[in-house]
Design a protein around this ligand. Structure first.
Ligand SMILES: O=P(O)(O)OC[C@H]1O[C@H](OP(=O)(O)OP(=O)(O)O)[C@H](O)[C@@H]1O
Ligand code: HPA
Ligand SMILES: [Mg+2]
Length: 181
C-alpha cells in the first residue's frame, strides 16, 4: 500500500504551510527584538515545523529541544505526559518560545508551560502550527497559531499516527479505517 492511500483529505498544502510559517517567523522576530530568546522544539512532532520556522526568525536566538510523548501508538491521549528528554540549557531569566506541531486536548502544552514557568524563565509563550480547539479539555493560552484544524486525526509534516506518516510534506486527515481497525 502506498502512504497516500491512507490519506482522507489534504487539508494544508506545502505552499500554504510555507507562507504561514514565513508570517509567523516575521511576527516572532518583531515581538522578540532585543530579547534573549530560546526557541524550544517539542519532538518528535514539531521537528519539521521547528526547522522551517527558525529559518524565518531573524536575530541571535538559541535553540533547544525536548522529547515528550503522551499518545504513543494510539489515536487518543494516554493522559500522561512523559518527558523523555529534558532541556540541555539553563533557562533562568531567558524568554522561552515553545514550538509545537499541534494542540489538541491541551494536556501536553499546559503541562510543559507550568513545568518551564517553575524553572524561573523570564517568559514562556507557545507557537503551534495547528490548533484543534473543539477537543480542548485543558485550557491553555497560545500566542501564535498557524492554522485551525477540524476534529479529525491529523497526519503529515512531522505529525504521526503510530510513528508513521511524519514524512508527508503536507497536513492531511487520516482515513478512519486506518486507526479504527
Ligand atoms: O494537546 P494534546 O492532546 O496533549 O496533544 C498534542 C501532543 O500530541 C502529540 O505528541 P505525541 O505524544 O504524539 O508525541 P510525538 O510528537 O512524538 O508524536 C503532539 O506532537 C503534541 O505534543
Ligand atoms: O490529530 C492528531 N494527530 C496526531 N497526533 C496528535 N496528537 C494530538 N492530536 C493529534
Ligand atoms: Mg505522536
Amino acid at each position: 500500500m502506498r502512504i497516500e492511500d491512507d490519506v482522507e483529505q489534504i487539508l494544508i498544502g506545502e505552499g500554504e504551510l510555507a507562507e504561514r510559517i514565513r508570517q509567523l517567523g516575521q511576527q516572532i522576530t518583531e515581538d522578540y527584538e532585543e530579547k534573549d530568546l530560546i526557541v524550544v522544539g517539542i519532538l518528535k512532532g514539531a521537528s519539521l515545523f521547528m526547522s522551517d520556522l527558525i529559518r524565518k526568525i531573524e536575530g541571535k536566538i538559541s535553540i533547544d529541544f525536548m522529547v515528550v510523548s503522551s499518545y504513543g501508538n494510539a489515536s487518543e491521549t494516554s493522559g500522561v505526559v512523559r518527558i523523555i528528554k529534558d532541556l540541555d540549557m539553563d533557562i533562568t531569566d531567558k524568554h522561552i518560545l515553545l514550538v509545537e506541531d499541534i494542540i489538541d486536548t491541551g494536556l501536553t502544552l499546559a503541562y510543559l508551560k507550568e513545568y518551564l514557568c517553575n524553572r524561573k524563565a523570564a517568559s514562556v509563550r507557545i507557537c503551534t502550527l495547528l490548533d484543534k480547539p473543539c477537543r480542548r479539555s485543558k485550557p491553555v493560552e497560545v500566542e501564535y497559531i498557524g492554522f485551525e484544524v477540524p476534529d479529525e486525526f491529523i497526519i503529515g509534516y512531522g505529525i504521526d499516527y503510530a510513528e508513521k506518516y511524519r514524512n508527508l510534506p503536507y497536513i492531511a486527515s487520516l482515513k478512519r479505517s486506518v486507526y479504527e481497525k
